[in-house]
Write a protein that binds this ligand. Structure first.
Ligand code: H53
Length: 800
C-alpha cells in the first residue's frame, strides 16, 4: 500500500473533521484511534473487495476455520504492519503533534478467547491471509469477552469486559447476510409426493444470526480475508409476534458472554446453544454462498473445506448433513460422502474433562433434527463397523454411548483428517485418548505442530530485536521465518551478542516501567526475568514455580550475606471463575509476593510480580523482556503450548518438561541451549499403570522440599490459612495428582544452573541466539502451509 506522508495527514484530518465535526485539538486518543481505524479501512477497502472477487472468479477452494474462540489482539498495529504503513503513519501523526504509541493504547483488546486455542486461531487467520489462502474465520461476536481480572487482597475478582462500549471500528455488520437458527420444538418427517421425507417443524425457538465481518489483512500482499463473527438477535418477525421478556433474554444470552473455561468443558445448555448457533449460521452461509455460484451440490467438496478447531464446533457435521439432505435434496450417502470430504478436525487436549459430551436428553430437546441425524450416524457406524471390529470396540467409540453425545468421537467419524498439535500429543491421541477410533481409522490421524506469527510476536512486540536482526541477516526473515537460522553465523560475534543483551535490557526497562506504574513496585533490570504466562491450571504447575521462589527466599533468609543472583519472577494468569483450586494458587502467589517483596533482608535481590489481567496486550510487553521461559506442565498434559514458541523467538531460554511442543523446541534449539527437566511421559504413565506414586516419599526424603511444603500451613506465609491447607492437602492427602513433588528436585537443579549460567552474559546470549535462530521452524505460516497441503488441499504462496 503506498500513501505519502502528506496524503496521510490530509486524509486523517479530513476523517477527524467528518467524524467529529471538530479540530484535532479537541479529540481524545480514542477519537483519534477510531478515525485512524476508519482511514486504515478505507485504504484497505479495495483489497478486501478485490480479494473476495478474485476468489469467486478464480473458483478458489475456500477454507472455513470454525472456532468458538478467536483472540486476535489489538488490530491497529497489525493492520498497519501488514499494509506496510507503520512508518508513514508514525511520521504523519508526529508531524500533527500526535504519538502513534499513545493512540494504539486506546484500542480495546478483543478478548474473544481464553488462551492458547483462541490465539492459535488468530495466528492462523493471519497466516492464511499472508499465504494468499482463501481462508475465512467463523466464530461468535461475544458482547462481553473474557472477564477483566483484578486482585483484591490477593484474590482474583472478575469484572465484565465491556469491549464494545465504544463500538468496534474494524467490524462491518452485514444484516443482509443474516440467517435463522432454530432451537427446540418438535420435528417429524413428512412423506412427500415424490416418495422422499421432509422434516416439518413446530413450536421452534427461532433466532436471527447476524454476521459482523472483520477484515484480516495479509502481509504485504494486497490480500484481505474475512473473519465472520455471529451475533444473536430477535428474528425479523419480532415486530408482530409476541416475545416474552424471558424469550428475549434467552436469545440475547446466546452471544452475551464467552465461557471463561480453558481446556475444560463447561457442560451447560447455554454452551450447547452457542455451539449450534455459530455452527449452524456459519454452515448456512457457506452453503448459500456456494449455491449462489454453482448448480447442484456435487462439486461442493472441491470448493469447500471446513475446519473444526477443537471439539466445540463439531455440530458443523450434522448441520451440513441436515442442509444437504433437507434443503438440497441430497441422499444420505451423497451427503455423508461430501461431509466427510469437507470436514477436518484438530484436537487440542488429552484432558478428559475437556472432551465434550452432552446428555442425550438435553441435546435432543434443544436440537431435535440434529439429534435424529446424529442417531442415524451412530446407527450406520455401528452397523458398518461391528462386523469388522467387534461390538466392544464399536460400542466404545460410537457417537452415542452412556446416555451421552460424544462430540470428539463424532468429529473423528465425520471428518477425513484428525490431527494433534505436537508430535507427542498426536501419539497420545493415537495410543490413549482416541485409541479406539485410531484402530478404526488409522489413515485419518496426522500431526500438525502449532505455530505462531512472528509478525505480531517479534516484528510488532519487539521492534528493537527485529531491527537488530535486519542489520545482520537482512529483512527477508520477515517473510520467511526459516531464514532466522542464518543467525547462527553470528554465534561467536561478540558485537552481536552485546547488541542482543542491549535489546533485552531495553525490553526489561519497558516492562519494569509498566510494573512500576501498575503495581507501584520497583524491579531491577539486571536481574533474571523468570516468566510464566499462561492460564492458571493445576497441570501447568504454577505451584512448582512458587516452590522455587520459596526456596530462593529461604536461601536468602538463611544466608543473607551469601552471593545471590538477582531474580524477578513474573506471572500472568487468569483462573476460570469456578476453578476453586486455581484461585487458591493465585492467592498463594500474591501472598508469597507480599511476603518476599516487603522483606528488607531480601531487598531488591528477589521480587515476585503477578501482573493482573494477562492477555494479548500484556503478553506483548512481558514476552520480549523474558530471560527464562517456564514451561513446566506435567509431561503429557500440555497438548502443545504456544507461549513457549513466542518466548523462544524473543530469546528466552526454556526451563521445560518434555511435554507438548517443548520436546520439539528442545530438539530444534539443542538441549544445551535450554533447561529440560522432570518426569517423561513414559515415567508418568508408568506411575499410572503401577499406581505406585507416593508423594509423601518425596516430601519425607527431601528436607528442603519438606520445609517449603510445610510453609504452606505453618504460618510462614501470612494470609493463606485456608488456601495453604487446601494446597498442602492436594499434595499429601490426595497424593499430588500432577507430580509436583516428584519433579521438584530436577526442577530446582536446573534453576540453580540458570543462576550460575546467567552470570556469563556472552554464553547466555549465545544460547538466546540459538533459540531465536531455531524459532523460525515454529512460524505460523509454515504450520498453515502444512494444513493447506495435507488437509485442506488448497494452493498457497511458497515461502522460499
Ligand atoms: O490449545 C493450545 C495448546 C494448549 C492447549 C490449548 C487449549 C485451549 O486453550 C482450550 C481448549 C483446549 O482443548 C486446548 O491447552 O496446549 O497449545 C493450542 O493448540
Amino acid at each position: 500500500m503506498t500513501v505519502t506522508c502528506a496524503q496521510f495527514k490530509r486524509d486523517f484530518l479530513a476523517e477527524i473533521k467528518t467524524l467529529y465535526a471538530t479540530t484535532l485539538n479537541d479529540t481524545s486518543p480514542l477519537d483519534q484511534l477510531i478515525a485512524l481505524g476508519h482511514l486504515v479501512r478505507r485504504y484497505d477497502g479495495p483489497n478486501w473487495a478485490k480479494t473476495a472477487r478474485a476468489y469467486q472468479t478464480q473458483h478458489r477452494k475456500q477454507v472455513y476455520y470454525f472456532s468458538i474462540e478467536f483472540l486476535p489482539g489489538r488490530l491497529l498495529m497489525a493492520n498497519l504492519l501488514n499494509l506496510n504503513l507503520v512508518t508513514t503513519v508514525r511520521h504523519g501523526l508526529k508531524e500533527l503533534g500526535l504519538d502513534l504509541d499513545q493512540i494504539r493504547q486506546a484500542e480495546p483488546d478483543p478478548a474473544l478467547g481464553n488462551g492458547g486455542l483462541g490465539r492459535l486461531a488468530a495466528c492462523y487467520l493471519d497466516a492464511m491471509a499472508s499465504l494468499d489462502i482463501a481462508g475465512n474465520g467463523n466464530g461468535i461476536r461475544y458482547r462481553y469477552g473474557l472477564f477483566k481480572q483484578l486482585f483484591i487482597n490477593g484474590y482474583q475478582v472478575e469484572m465484565p469486559d465491556d469491549w464494545l462500549r465504544n463500538g468496534n471500528v474494524w467490524e462491518t455488520r452485514r444484516e443482509n447476510k443474516s440467517c435463522i437458527v432454530r432451537f427446540g420444538g418438535h420435528v417429524w418427517l413428512q412423506p412427500q409426493a415424490n416418495g422422499t421425507l421432509k422434516p416439518q417443524y413446530r413450536d421452534t425457538d427461532d433466532v436471527l444470526a447476524v454476521p459482523y465481518d472483520v477484515g484480516i489483512v495479509g502481509y504485504h500482499n494486497s490480500v484481505t480475508n474475512t473473519l465472520r463473527l455471529w451475533s444473536a438477535e430477535l428474528p425479523p418477525n419480532a415486530d408482530h409476534t409476541y416475545y416474552s421478556q424471558a424469550q428475549r433474554d434467552q436469545i440475547d444470552d446466546i452471544t452475551k458472554v464467552l465461557y471463561p473455561d480453558d481446556s475444560n468443558s463447561a457442560g451447560q445448555a447455554l454452551r450447547l446453544r452457542q455451539e449450534y448457533f455459530f455452527t449452524s449460521a456459519g454452515v448456512q452461509s457457506i452453503v448459500r454462498h456456494f449455491c449462489a455460484h454453482h448448480h447442484g451440490m456435487r462439486t461442493f467438496a472441491k470448493q469447500v473445506a471446513i475446519h473444526i478447531n477443537d471439539t466445540h464446533p463439531t455440530l458443523v457435521i450434522p448441520e451440513l448433513m441436515r442442509l444437504l439432505m433437507d434443503e438440497h435434496h441430497c441422499s444420505w450417502d451423497l451427503a455423508w460422502a461430501l461431509t466427510r470430504q469437507v470436514m477436518s478436525y484438530t484436537n487440542h487436549t488429552i484432558l478428559q474433562e475437556a472432551l465434550e459430551t452432552w446428555p442425550v436428553a438435553l441435546f435432543q430437546g434443544l436440537l431435535p433434527r440434529i439429534y435424529q441425524i446424529v442417531a442415524e450416524i451412530d446407527r450406520r457406524y455401528r452397523a458398518q463397523k461391528t462386523p469388522v471390529f467387534g461390538a466392544a470396540l464399536v460400542d466404545q467409540t460410537a457417537p452415542l454411548g452412556n446416555g451421552q453425545v460424544r462430540m470428539a468421537y463424532l468429529a473423528v467419524i465425520g471428518s477425513h483428517s484428525v490431527n494433534g498439535v505436537a508430535p507427542l500429543h498426536t501419539e497420545l491421541l493415537k495410543k490413549d485418548v482416541l485409541h479406539g477410533l485410531y484402530q478404526v481409522y488409522p489413515e485419518r490421524f496426522n500431526n500438525k505442530t502449532n505455530g505462531i506469527t512472528l509478525r505480531r510476536w517479534v516484528q510488532l512486540a519487539n521492534p528493537p530485536l527485529a531491527r537488530t536482526l535486519d542489520a545482520r541477516i537482512g529483512n527477508l526473515w520477515r517473510r520467511n521465518p526459516r531464514l532466522l537460522k542464518t543467525l547462527l553465523a553470528y554465534q561467536y560475534d561478540q558485537g552481536f551478542l552485546t547488541e542482543l543483551s542491549q535489546v533485552k535490557l531495553a525490553n526489561k526497562q519497558a516492562l519494569a516501567a509498566l510494573v512500576a506504574q501498575r503495581l507501584g513496585l520497583q524491579i531491577r533490570t539486571d536481574a533474571i526475568y523468570d516468566v510464566q504466562v499462561k492460564r492458571l491450571h493445576a497441570y501447568k504447575r504454577q505451584l512448582l514455580h512458587v516452590f522455587e521462589i520459596l526456596r530462593e527466599y529461604f536461601q536468602i533468609k538463611d544466608q543473607p550475606t551469601a552471593p545471590f543472583v538477582p531474580r524477578v519472577h513474573i506471572f500472568g494468569a487468569k483462573a476460570a471463575p469456578s476453578y476453586h483450586y486455581a484461585k487458591a494458587i493465585i492467592k498463594l502467589i500474591n501472598a508469597v509476593a507480599n511476603l518476599v517483596n516487603h522483606d528488607p533482608v531480601v531487598g531488591s535481590r528477589l521480587k515476585v510480580v503477578f501482573i493482573p489481567n494477562y492477555g494479548v496486550s500484556l503478553a506483548e510487553v512481558i514476552i520480549p523482556a523474558a530471560d527464562v521461559s517456564e514451561q513446566i506442565s506435567t509431561a503429557s498434559k500440555e497438548a502443545s503450548g504456544t507461549s513457549n514458541m513466542k518466548l523462544m523467538a524473543n530469546g528466552a531460554l526454556a526451563l521445560a518438561t518434555y511435554d507438548g511442543a517443548n520436546v520439539d523446541i528442545i530438539q530444534a534449539a539443542g538441549a544445551k541451549n535450554e533447561y529440560p527437566f522432570g518426569l517423561t511421559v513414559a515415567e508418568v504413565y508408568r506411575y499410572y499403570q503401577r499406581g505406585d506414586y507416593r508423594a509423601r516419599d518425596f516430601y519425607r526424603g527431601n528436607p528442603e522440599l519438606k520445609r517449603i511444603v510445610d510453609s504452606l500451613v505453618d504460618g510462614t506465609i501470612p494470609g493463606i490459612s485456608t488456601e495453604g491447607r487446601e494446597i498442602y492437602d492436594s499434595l499429601l492427602r490426595y497424593n499430588d495428582e500432577f507430580f509436583v513433588l516428584a519433579d521438584y528436585a530436577s526442577y530446582v537443579a536446573q534453576q540453580r544452573q540458570i543462576s550460575q549460567d546467567y552470570q556469563d552474559q556472552t554464553a547466555w546470549q549465545r544460547r538466546a541466539l540459538a533459540n531465536i535462530a531455531a524459532s523460525g521452524a515454529f512460524g505460523a505460516d509454515l504450520a498453515v502451509a502444512r494444513y493447506a497441503d495435507d488437509i485442506w488441499q488448497v494452493p498457497h504462496d511458497r515461502l522460499d
